[in-house]
Design a binder for this molecule. Structure first.
Ligand code: PEP
Ligand code: MN
Length: 264
């Protein structure tokens, strides 16, 4: 299999506007769960840049559990993300939820995110495999590590070799957190595959107070990066406010992250 270390022993490392993913540096991707308005996104983008983020995240198409929840700003959100990239220079990670939307999202985004709920949307994986932008593939909430790797294989086998894997917590019996961070998945994946592996402690914990300690654990376990939800005013967020850091808290985490030893 293309994803396996047996097939390709050396780590996959590739550049993204001014930094390398999969290399020596832990990459920090930060921004709101969803693009809510031009002012919210531009304020957030500037704040995470000043705090030391390498890249900006923000959803324009949101795969919400309820059809009555805010579904994202759609193409207008993509335009705002592109404007934020112009202003800050940060590359943009944003989610694509349908195969026919891949060309549209790829026009605006630097990295296409495939969310946990779509990990086994094979038509979407196929379309992402034919696109010329890197893909961030998130592990499904109940997916085996082997299933995540096979999902990555759908993208790789259609020609796109720039895939980043993301552990974002799995569903367990525990209710005190939104998901359970499978910290094991990080070294397991690093052993099995040459692809970069990042951690999303925002969705894996669901609580802003837990994000920094779990993020630090992820780096120590060997993660190549972190994707963190940051909102200028978490209480007013239209989605995932309870797990979003303020820019100030994010800046503290960036400083802490630099001090953590990571085996690579
Ligand atoms: C997100 O990144 O906002 C998101 C919806 O994440 P996940 O797909 O991991 O639930
Ligand atoms: Mn979210």
């Amino acid at each position: 299999k293309i994803a396996s270390r047996e097939f390709i022993p050396e780590n996959t490392v590739f550049p993204l506007d001014g930094f390398m993913i999969g290399g020596d540096e832990v990459v920090m991707i930060a921004g709101p769960c969803a693009v809510e308005s031009r002012s919210q996104l531009l304020e957030c983008a500037q704040a995470v840049k000043e705090a030391g983020a390498h890249a900006l995240r923000g959803g324009a198409f949101k795969p919400r559990s309820s059809p009555y929840s805010f579904q994202g700003m759609g193409e207008e959100g993509l335009e705002i993300l592109a404007e934020a990239r112009e202003v800050t220079g940060l590359p943009v990670f944003t989610e694509v939820i349908a195969p026919e939307q891949v060309p549209l999202v790829a026009k605006y985004a630097d990295v296409l995110q495939i969310g946990a709920r779509n990990m086994q949307n094979f038509a979407l994986l196929h379309a992402a495999g034919e696109c010329d932008k890197p893909v961030l593939l998130k592990r499904g909430p109940s997916a085996l590590i082997e299933e995540l790797l096979m999902a990555a294989e759908y993208i790789l086998s259609h020609g796109n070799r720039r895939v980043i894997l993301c552990e974002r917590g799995v569903r367990t019996f525990e209710t005190s957190t939104r998901n359970t961070t499978d910290i094991n998945a990080i070294p397991v994946l690093k052993n099995l595959t040459h692809l970069p592996v990042i951690l999303d402690p925002s969705h894996s914990t669901g609580h802003a107070d837990l994000v920094a300690p779990v993020a630090r654990a992820g780096i120590a376990a060997g993660a190549d990066g972190l994707i963190i939800e940051v909102h200028p005013n978490p209480r007013q967020a239209l989605s995932d406010g309870g797990q979003s850091l303020t820019p100030e808290k994010f800046a503290i985490l960036v400083r802490q992250a630099k001090g953590i030893a990571r085996e690579v």
